[in-house]
Design a protein around this ligand. Structure first.
Ligand code: AMP
Length: 280
């Protein structure tokens, strides 16, 4: 496995693989890798001849008040995880390699980005779509792997690839959780022991929502209000949103009469955590 810092090195290596007729899988990440990321690398290395992992904390998707500076980084640990899970190449550029001084072109999206995280983080998905497009242009993979943990991001990327005729198959992978249910996240490292315990309210509330759906409840408002009530039992939790949206458009729905996503963002202390479940 190799680690490179420049676009040109990635292009040269991938070109060589292409000459040999090899297929390429791609896993974009912001690093500080955990088992959630590892599951994507596993899926890619199982289904492609070669796997590229990008590790890049993308400044463009953070608002000025967010955690760009404090976002955890550990390239030594990350390299080990990539190697152990069968990655062949890590692309770990500096921001200047991705965005030169003249940079002023963006990939933006309407509709799907107006709800959920897009509402609380207005510039986030423009940053995501722009960096993922750039990474796709650099790596030119056959397959790319994204986690259902960031369900809106997965829907947005699928839409972008379709809308802009990108010849890349987007593969969604299930949420990987800690033994006690908390969805794995690089941001879990911000939690104090007390907050870590309080953070279980997210997965417990997902279970409440799932149970209501399983028992036949179709009224989205009723499900959401039960879930909100449950979160409010945790004093350290502050709700950003709990919503049920159409799985394709990310627009709020009243009735569970089509594939849907039930998603939440909750602050535990200062840390904003997300979780979701699909209703199929
Ligand atoms: P990030 O490094 O947070 O930008 O995440 C990189 C990729 O890993 C995204 O596609 C995420 O959805 C995915 N991911 C992060 N956490 C998990 C998890 N707990 N389970 C599955 N995929 C995850």
């Amino acid at each position: 496995m190799k680690l490179v810092k420049t676009k040109q090195e990635v292009r040269d290596i991938v070109k060589e693989w292409r000459k040999q007729g090899l297929t390429v899988g791609f896993v974009p990440t912001m690093g500080y890798l955990h088992e959630g990321h590892a599951s994507l690398i596993d899926a890619s290395s199982k289904n492609n001849d070669r796997t590229v992992v990008s590790i890049f904390v993308n400044p463009m998707q953070f608002s000025p008040n967010e955690d760009l500076e404090s976002y955890p980084r550990d390239i030594v640990h990350d390299s080990k995880v990539c190697e152990e899970h069968g990655a062949d190449l890590i692309f770990n550029p500096e921001p200047e390699e991705m965005y030169n001084d003249m940079f002023c072109s963006y990939v933006d999206m309407d509709v799907l980005t107006k709800e959920l995280c897009g509402l609380s983080r207005p510039i986030h998905f423009r940053g995501v779509c722009t960096v993922v497009s750039k990474l796709f242009n650099i790596v030119k993979p056959d397959n790319a792997y994204f986690g259902q943990k960031d369900a809106q991001q997965l829907a947005v990327i699928k839409r972008m690839v379709e809308d802009l005729d990108m010849d890349i198959k987007i593969n969604g992978c299930p949420i990987v959780r800690e033994a006690d249910g908390l969805a794995k996240s690089s941001r879990n490292t911000y939690l104090s022991p007390e907050e870590r315990q309080a953070a279980l309210i997210l997965s417990k509330t997902i279970a409440v929502g799932r149970e209501l759906v399983k028992n036949g409840e179709k009224d989205a408002k009723k499900i959401v209000s039960q879930m909100i009530k449950n979160i409010e039992t945790e004093p350290l939790a502050r709700i950003d949103y709990v919503k049920i949206v159409d799985a394709l458009t990310m627009q709020q729905i009243d009735n569970l009469d089509r594939p849907a996503l039930c998603a939440m963002a909750v602050y535990i202390g200062k840390t904003r955590l997300i979780d979701n479940f699909e209703v199929v």
